[in-house]
Design a protein around this ligand. Structure first.
Ligand code: ZN
Ligand code: ZN
Length: 296
């Protein structure tokens, strides 16, 4: 049984529609797929309909941008009630933060006497709804302010540089609680992946486990073999589920093909146990795992 619990569609920054993602998963021999777009359940309905038609087992989730001790942490939330008021309000703030970040960066650059406008950034992004920091950098290149993206980041846009703007991210501890109240379970995505440091460490993960964290994503392209071994041992010590997944983005991210990392069926069974407990502890009756009876 091939289980891939972390993938993206066009509902966030993947390149496939939710239906295309489901069909690609079937074609790739995936039995259980998690759809986990950033900060959004927008792709759930279309993915669910496609899963119903194909028989694919589908776990609906999202990857939420959180902050923990000053660092960004991606938190996978599986099967929370997406209409839970506190969850909705946190996600709204995250999404708003994304769209207000470009104006904030442009305003800071203008205050440095750089003649850049939001239109310049929109043009650089090809009028994408997801315009962000790389597009501000590209606009600075087009305007001749810097030679390339790297210079734009180093001089202006990196954390600590004068045009850097933070985006809102929910506090991790809060989000673990909110997702639990919404009847879902939480797994930290690629915990050691983005910065190459072993952080959060075992003590920090123990504290998060006590708050209700259900698992950590161990097998991910951003983790080398040594990190995977250490994280697997930590998961075992703390009674956390160890998941594995592709973090597939369609053509949007190379070397993240569907099923390139998978979750062990025993670990998935443990996650399902946590999912059932979370649903029982809350008042939610939906969403459920689609086609859960299949392939077991
Ligand atoms: Zn991520
Ligand atoms: Zn992801």
């Amino acid at each position: 049984m091939r289980i891939d619990l972390h993938t993206h569609s066009r509902a966030s920054d993947g390149t496939q529609s939710p239906e295309e993602l489901v069909h690609a998963a079937v074609a790739a021999g995936i039995d259980v797929l998690g759809i986990t777009d950033h900060d959004s359940a927008e792709g759930w309905a279309a993915a669910s309909a496609a899963a119903e038609r194909t028989g694919l087992q589908l776990v609906r989730g999202m990857e939420i941008s959180t902050r923990h001790d000053g660092h960004g942490v991606h938190l996978l939330a599986y099967l929370p009630d997406p209409t839970h008021p506190e969850l909705v309000s946190e996600l709204d703030q995250v999404l708003e933060g994304r769209s207000s970040r470009v104006p904030a960066m442009v305003a800071r650059l203008r205050s440095l006497d750089i003649d850049i406008t939001e239109d310049d950034v929109r043009r650089a992004s090809g009028h994408s709804a997801a315009a962000g920091r790389p597009h501000v950098a590209d606009a600075l290149v087009t305007l001749g302010v810097v030679a390339d993206r790297d210079e734009a980041f180093a001089r202006f846009l990196d954390r600590g540089r004068p045009a850097h703007a933070n985006r809102y991210a929910s506090p991790l501890r809060t989000m673990i609680r909110v997702v639990a109240e919404a009847g879902g379970v939480t797994v930290i995505a690629h915990p050691w992946g983005r910065h190459g440091q072993e952080r959060p460490d075992e003590a920090a993960l123990a504290e998060l486990a006590a708050l209700g964290l259900a698992g950590i994503e161990v097998d991910h392209q951003d983790h080398g073999p040594r990190s995977r071994d250490k994280l697997r041992a930590i998961a075992r010590n703390l009674g956390l589920v160890a998941t594995g997944s592709s973090d597939h983005h369609g053509a949007g991210k190379v070397d993240h093909e569907l099923g390139c990392n998978t979750t062990d069926p025993e670990q998935y069974a443990a996650l399902l146990t946590r999912i059932d407990a979370a649903a029982a502890a809350s008042s939610r009756t939906a969403p459920l795992v689609i086609n859960r009876e299949n392939n077991l």
